[in-house]
Design a protein around this ligand. Sequence first.
Ligand SMILES: Cc1ncc(COP(=O)(O)O)c(C=O)c1O
Length: 300
Amino acid sequence: MQALFHHPPSPIQIFHHPILEAQNLTCFIKRDDLLQLETQAGDQAFCGNKWRKLKYNLSAAREQGYGTLLTFGGAFSNHIAATASAGKLFGFNTIGIIRGEKVEPLNPTLEFATSCEMKLHFWSREAYRRKDDPQVLAQLQEQFPQAYIIPEGGTNALALRGCAEIAEELLAQEQLDYLCLSCGTGGTLAGVIQGLAGRAFALGFSALKGDFHKVEVQQLLSLNNPNNWAVATEYHFGGYAKTPPELLDFLVEMKKYNLPLEPIYTGKMMWGVLDKAKQGYFPSGSRIGVLHTGGMQGWR
Ligand SMILES: Cc1ncc(COP(=O)(O)O)c(C=O)c1O
């Protein structure tokens, strides 16, 4: 587990694009997708924000003597794949509570989780909605006393601590005015806001429809809300996991810039960053960090 705590910073890629150059913007992509262990051998599940969110949770589980990781997610969840992979890498059993009925054959994400020996439990959508209810969690803990329970998306206080390190690491590499990133639960954004500590503006791009991040991120930050952040809600492309052809064409175009993205999170964010740049949102001369949170396993 030491490798999680002692590693070189994830690399920075300078991204040249005509839209950015026309606006006199410099863009630094923080390639957290490349944050991997040597022992992973091509498994793209445990990297990016999953690495950062799970890091302190894995060490807490080990220190507290838990032998199992239990978590929640949809059938295509990057977090489920990452937890399954982390369990295999670090010697934990894993249990995944999956939203909705079991569909066979399993999709590639769940197939991968099973290949890492994660035990899957399928909960109806109605039961799944109650997954954060303290009574439901107490029952689960009773049923699986060896399980260290991690919420959906891996978002908890320890995850925020790991994500704060992204911002600290990046600011030690480059001076920035903005840091852009994709948002699902908003946990990564909340951690990054903490790590920036007012030194740059955090701009989230929601992968989901709706305006709930303002409240959810504020709750995660509790009293420590510095107000130098915002979430762009207009780049969800119809909602979570909706991938219209123009988005897929955009991802092909981005490959020409040596930037591999995926359609669920990072692709929508990068479209949003370029669109905001075109609209003149970032003042001329701004230095913009963009976080590649990984998720490439989603292509499966
Ligand atoms: C690749 C990727 N990027 C971004 C996010 C969003 O992270 P968060 O849920 O912390 O907002 C996720 C969430 O699962 C993800 O898999």
